[in-house]
Ligand binder design. Structure first.
Ligand code: SF4
Length: 443
């Protein structure tokens, strides 16, 4: 009896553990070298990201790899119309298609296709046994251990920790330097205003938020009433509804009306500066993170900005946190968009996670201007939650190196991010050409 074919997860595990031949052929007979299989993506989008393949003429291609049991699944799963798959460099399938199938991206690019069944290093029955331990482990890994990890694992306890803390301190210095340049150009309070606005937009909408803070300077906003501030921020954002108010609930109409009464009188003056829709990301956001709520928070920052500035000068992180935590708006505490139903109970305009990020990215880098060691201690003594990028970096750089009690330390998390951004993110050589091991004295 022929062996049962793999399911999709097993097929992905085969690819992740590199159980195919190092050079495989596409269904058009092109021999390609698998330089690195990429990082296993367990979220939405292609199965592997940052994979690298080399074509017969030596060209290196870096991008996504998508795996399916059958060739036709590419279309059946809608990838041919989904721009998220436009960076796919290889479609890997198990079965030989009964008829020729040419996968193509949404922007009409042909994706080379590989049929894996006949190109494994060993028969599938055996490979299945080799990948079983991986499949049985949960959560599934995202990345293979990197070259630097082999050396770090042989070093005395504390080497990896010191290295990550040094990388974290370097990152903090870079953030401080960036803010320092802005302070030289526009002054401390305007820099604080722009940095907080950018942090409110993080990550999807940080550019439009920064633009708003630049186009509506703090010194000007301070002279306005609350309604005038809201009208300018929402008006300039381009998100103030311009359709008939009849379409909205009465309480939404009540909120929009005064903004329009202010906005229509000054709109012509700002015409050149109104943001188009294009820089805004409005879909796929959690309701609490909607830009409308963050714009309302931005308006409430203005009367607090002097005290936030004083908290930075006094290096008082708790005062900074309390000021942000106290930001409310009677309408936006209970709303997420103009059209969604109002919430049954009020919800913080700036949640705890966002406040932590503002401390990390604004407060401590500003403190760093006056006293670097206090700021480094601030990152050292505070904690940050891991995210998908820090987890990926941890698997590549640290793997089994035990840093558990320190792993949530902000300095360590930021160090991981720095190494990931400086080295892992751009590596397309399965670590072979990465200069990081040499930098840290590993070779
Ligand atoms: S790319 Fe460089 S830094 Fe990243 S895991 Fe490989 S050797 Fe380490």
């Amino acid at each position: 009896m022929p062996p049962r074919p793999p399911n999709e997860e097993q097929l992905q595990a085969v690819w992740f553990e590199h159980w195919m031949r190092p050079v495989i052929e596409t269904d058009e007979g092109v021999r390609i070298e698998i330089v690195q299989p990429g990082n296993w993506n367990h979220g939405a989008g292609p199965d592997f990201l940052q994979a690298a393949i080399r074509l017969p003429d030596g060209t290196l291609r870096v991008g996504a790899v998508e795996l399916h049991l059958r060739a036709g699944d590419w279309d059946a799963h809608g990838h041919h119309t989904d721009p998220a798959y436009n960076e796919t460099i290889l479609h890997v399938v198990w079965e030989t298609p009964t008829k020729t199938f040419f996968p193509a991206t949404e922007n009409f690019r042909h994706v080379p296709q590989v049929i894996l069944k006949e190109q494994l290093l060993a028969p599938w029955e055996q490979v299945r046994g080799y990948i079983s331990p991986l499949i049985d482990s949960r959560p599934l890994p995202a990345a293979q251990p990197g070259r630097c990890q082999r050396w770090l694992a042989t070093q005395p306890t504390g080497t990896a920790l010191n290295l990550l803390r040094a990388a974290g301190a370097f990152r903090l210095n870079q953030k401080a330097e960036r803010l320092g340049w802005r302070i030289d150009a526009v002054g401390e309070k305007q820099t604080l205003w722009e940095a907080l606005a950018e942090g409110l937009g993080y990550s999807a909408n940080k550019i439009p938020f920064r633009l708003l803070a630049q186009r509506l300077p703090y010194a000007m906003m301070l002279k306005l009433t609350r309604e005038q501030r809201l009208a300018r921020i929402f008006g300039l954002s381009g998100l103030l509804p311009a359709t008939s108010l009849e379409a909205f609930d009465p309480e939404v109409r009540e909120w929009i009306k005064p903004q329009w009464e202010h906005w229509w009188k000054i709109r012509a003056r700002y015409d050149y500066a109104i943001l188009p829709r294009s820089p805004w990301k409005l879909s796929g956001l959690r309701p609490w993170n909607r830009p409308e709520r963050r714009l309302a928070a931005m308006a409430e920052l203005v009367p607090r900005l002097s005290r936030l500035h004083e908290a930075v000068a006094a290096r008082d992180a708790d005062a900074f946190r309390r000021l942000l935590d106290g930001i409310h708006d009677p309408f936006w505490d209970r709303h997420t968009t103009f059209t969604a139903r109002s919430l049954s109970k009020p919800h913080h305009l700036i949640g705890a996670e966002r406040i932590n990020d503002l401390l990390l990215n604004v407060f401590w880098p500003l403190v760093h201007q006056a006293n670097a060691s206090t700021a480094i201690r601030g990152w050292h003594e505070s904690e940050s939650a891991a995210n998908s990028v820090t987890e990926l970096a941890r698997q590549r750089v640290l793997g089994g190196i035990e840093l558990k009690p320190h792993l949530h330390e902000t300095l360590v998390q930021q160090g991981l991010l720095q190494i990931y951004h400086d080295y892992c993110r751009t590596d397309a050589s399965a670590c072979a050409d990465c200069p990081f091991p040499k930098t840290i004295g590993a070779e």
